[in-house]
Ligand binder design. Structure first.
Ligand SMILES: Cc1cc2nc3c(=O)[nH]c(=O)nc-3n(C[C@H](O)[C@H](O)[C@H](O)COP(=O)(O)OP(=O)(O)OC[C@H]3O[C@@H](n4cnc5c(N)ncnc54)[C@H](O)[C@@H]3O)c2cc1C
Length: 405
């Protein structure tokens, strides 16, 4: 049996078009990809992609997407992956998750107002869920949004909010009925960042997050009598938990992904030049054993992502697959960094191993793999979710969140 994917001549022509467009538009950057200067270049790439409808390829043109089919979107993601980039090529957690949630739960007016700027790369949005009083137990949030005339007045604090460059909008989970029953007292808002009463303060944390361009810093966001139009409440008053099931399903991996992290390629490259006892590391059987482990871990993670991407975009019925992929990716991150450290020994602590990175890259990667166990549903929470979806210890299996409108 041949598992190799094949493409039609039209699809190959599309790949050629994408490849040559990217060659002309992906910026050459030196040093830290997340510096102000380089980030601005990736934002511009996002706008250029957005203008072609390639930033959110499968979303309808009516809402700023490209109206492309599943196969074309895979080609786009694959070609972006050659540059180590995703879509969008910068951190836009609230745009990705909030945008998808608005597609499912927003009114037509909200879709027309909020989505084109996101899907054309004109605005960047952060996601604000976690609070000092509510992390995994999201429903326990005490960020209150209280109706006052045509507005809501928001008070509360959100923590661990990525990223490193100020956003335009804040996709925010709030409590709209503080005395109401749990899971029936919350609502989501799109909040302009420049709203009076919103203050963003960077946090000083050990891990760098490691989630790509624009993500490295985490922040505390304070709301002090911040006034937001009721028109920005998305998905219905006190219906926030329903909307959250969409957001969380995607954040937990139910949307899938295309591509593989590049540590295997980097490790092979360095193993050819780094010497042990006068011979290239790659000639050492133990080293090759480690490299094989890294390949298997990254490849299985890629396949889980690809399967979920296909299931999601072709509207298959989903169950535990998102959390399965997220759980595997989280644990795999730790296994990969452990293998890298054992492969390169003390060198992994003190230099970037010739990866053209600044010093200490592998050590930073290891620290970020530890923190990466936590965001977007911790590794423990993914196991809880898998058990619920499989119906373990319950009469009925829990349904996956709705991710298509
Ligand atoms: C790098 C990074 C980026 C982040 N980015 C964002 C962001 O952009 N926006 C945002 O809103 N938040 C963000 N977060 C916050 C993240 O979503 C929370 O940290 C996470 O949901 C866990 O919440 P908590 O930290 O309060 O831990 P807690 O929920 O207090 O968990 C503490 C421990 O208890 C375990 N635990 C909790 N509940 C259960 C259970 N039911 N069963 C078994 N074990 C359980 C957890 O696994 C964990 O080990 C980020 C966090 C990190 C580390």
């Amino acid at each position: 049996m041949d598992f190799k994917p094949t493409y039609t001549p039209e699809q190959e022509a599309f790949r050629k078009e994408v490849r040559s467009w990217l060659e002309a538009h992906v910026p050459n950057v030196e040093g830290d990809r997340d510096s102000d200067e380089n980030y601005a270049k990736y934002r511009q790439l996002g706008r250029d992609l957005g203008a072609r409808g390639w930033l959110r390829p499968t979303v309808s043109k009516d809402y700023g997407g490209g109206g492309l089919n599943f196969e074309q979107s895979v080609i786009l993601y694959e070609e972006m992956d050659q540059y180590g980039l995703g879509l969008p090529p910068y951190y836009d957690s609230g745009g990705w998750l909030g945008g998808a949630s608005i597609l499912v739960w927003g009114t037509e007016e909200q879709k027309q107002r909020f989505l084109p700027p996101i899907f054309k790369g004109e605005v960047v949005t952060w996601q604000l869920l976690t609070a000092p009083e509510a992390g995994s137990d999201l429903a326990g949030t005490k960020t209150d949004a209280i109706r006052d005339g045509d507005d809501y007045v928001i008070n509360g604090t959100k923590i661990y909010v990525g990223g490193s460059h100020k956003p335009d909008m804040l996709w925010t989970f709030t409590r709209t009925d503080p005395t109401g029953p749990r899971h029936k007292n919350t609502s989501w808002f799109m909040i302009p960042t420049d709203t009076p009463g919103v203050t963003i303060v960077p946090m000083d944390l050990l891990g760098d997050g490691g989630e790509g361009i624009g993500a490295s810093v985490k922040n505390t966001v304070y709301f002090e009598d911040a006034r937001v139009s009721a028109k920005n409440l998305v998905g219905g008053v006190n219906n926030g938990w329903q909307v959250a099931t969409t957001h969380l399903e995607l954040e937990h991996g139910g949307g899938g992904s295309i591509g593989r992290n590049k540590w295997f390629e980097r490790a092979v490259q360095w193993s050819k030049t780094e010497k042990r006892n006068g011979r290239p590391l790659i000639e050492d059987a133990e080293a090759r054993d480690r490299l094989a482990d890294i390949f298997v871990l990254t490849e299985v993670s890629r396949l889980f992502g690809l399967r979920n991407y296909w299931m999601n975009r072709t509207h298959q019925k989903m169950s535990y697959e998102g959390s399965q992929s997220s759980y595997y990716r989280k644990l795999t991150g730790l296994d990969i960094t452990t293998n890298l450290q054992e492969l390169f020994g003390p060198a992994s602590l003190i230099n970037g191993g010739g990866f053209d990175f600044s010093e200490g890259t592998l050590d930073a990667y290891h620290r970020s793999a530890i923190t990466a166990l936590h965001p977007g549903g911790t590794a423990d929470v993914q196991k809880v979710l898998m058990a619920r979806r499989m119906g373990l210890g319950r009469d009925e299996a829990e349904a996956a969140g709705k991710t298509v409108e």
